[in-house]
Ligand binder design. Structure first.
Ligand code: HEC
Ligand code: HEC
Length: 311
């Protein structure tokens, strides 16, 4: 007979040692009582039957399923991604699942908009630094370099997920172009902004299928260098208390300042103080961000197959 001797595991594999010790040092009568009970049962079992074996899952799923192609495509430093993989496995996998696809009570990180919209950790890092203790995401006491490595891993993961059908040319063509066309003109609402004979007329010859899929699937505007050609940039309108409104392309916004370039290329920067000045931001790719939540895998295959035919 084979028994797993859980109470003797030094600490659950998904929790870091320090975190586990923190939890252990908290008064947890219920937990201790349960442990004592398990211990007693185990001792009883040990006494009753001799050979006891610790069972380790022979083929555990892993956080380390990123291909070199996905890491290269994500443009993250491979060494950082590798360190991030280890950190993720020990700190996060217990709640968010070994591959980041979510666990009981903890969200899927690969489809999280916080992760998908992130640029250089601006959105992810605050969550990792402070946690959301009131909502079940603990402050894990991570250092800044650890946070940077976890951000690199999450970026590589979302990149791989966005491109999961494009590793080989053959995979891109598994979709059904007719169903893709129907989705484009129907449920996908794509045709409310695009036209197969207008702006997307030659999109199938403009990009290879791999790039085409990433262009339509992943909203680009918040990503580095997306603004270099000015297209799909976020625009902002700033109205200070004196009423003189300035509009243009958003350069940067944080809690303290907002800055932009107006149509003549002039730079403007404003201090923020509560609701002053009034700020309205428009992201032309917001629809793409919203749609990302809705696609099924089949929709993704079908749309790409359809767009490829627009030569
Ligand atoms: C004890 C369980 C637990 C652990 C450990 C944990 N998380 Fe979370 N995490 C949560 C929960 C629950 C939420 C959802 C909080 C909410 O609803 O706002 C969350 C939210 C997040 C979010 C925001 C997702 C979104 O879309 O809003 C990110 C990013 C995240 N976690 C990353 C991590 C990373 C990286 C680690 C490891 C360093 C980690 N978490 C460890 C439970 C956990
Ligand atoms: C609310 C408007 C809106 C909707 C709905 C929308 N898009 Fe877009 N889409 C945009 C904008 C804006 C851009 C950026 C255009 C640019 O870069 O000049 C864009 C970019 C694209 C591009 C990249 C074009 C290129 O040449 O790089 C593709 C492909 C695309 N969308 C396909 C789709 C598909 C497929 C759907 C439906 C599933 C869709 N879009 C839904 C507004 C929309």
């Amino acid at each position: 007979m084979i028994y797993a001797v859980r109470p003797f595991t030094p600490h659950p594999p998904h929790l870091s040692k320090t975190l586990y010790e923190k939890i252990r040092s908290m008064p947890q009568p219920k937990h201790l009582a349960t442990q004592a009970l398990i211990l007693l049962l185990t001792i009883g079992t040990l006494a009753a039957q001799e050979p006891t074996v610790t069972v380790v899952p022979s083929n555990p799923p892993s956080a380390n399923d990123l291909t070199p192609a996905a890491i290269a495509g994500s443009k993250e430093d491979p060494a950082a991604v590798q360190r991030g993989t280890k950190l993720y496995t020990s700190y996060c996998a217990g709640c968010h699942g070994v591959a980041g696809r979510g666990g009981p009570g903890a969200p899927d990180l690969v489809r999280s908009l916080v992760v998908l919209d992130d640029e250089k950790g601006i959105l992810i890092a605050p969550v990792l630094r402070n946690g959301r203790p009131d909502k079940g995401m603990p402050n894990l006491g991570l250092t800044e370099p650890q946070i940077a490595d976890l951000v690199a891993w999450l970026h590589a993961k979302t990149y791989a997920a966005g491109h999961r059908t494009t590793y080989t040319f053959k995979d891109v063509l598994t979709g059904n172009a007719q169903q893709g066309e129907a989705y484009f003109n129907g449920a996908g609402t794509c045709s409310t902004c695009h036209s197969a004979t207008g702006d997307l007329a030659h999109v199938g010859s403009k990009y290879d299928p791999f790039s085409l899929q990433s262009r339509w699937l992943q909203p680009q505007s918040r990503r580095p260098n997306a603004r270099s050609d000015g297209s799909a940039a976020e625009t902002v309108t700033v109205t200070p208390a004196d009423g003189h409104t300035v509009s243009g392309t958003l350069d940067r916004i944080d809690d303290f300042t907002v800055s932009l370039h107006d149509a003549s290329g002039n730079f403007h920067s404003f201090f923020r103080n509560g609701a002053e000045p009034k700020i309205v931001i428009k992201n032309p790719l917001q629809a793409h961000t919203d749609l990302l939540r809705k696609y099924t895998d089949a929709d993704i295959h079908n749309i790409t197959a359809y767009l490829v035919t627009l030569k």
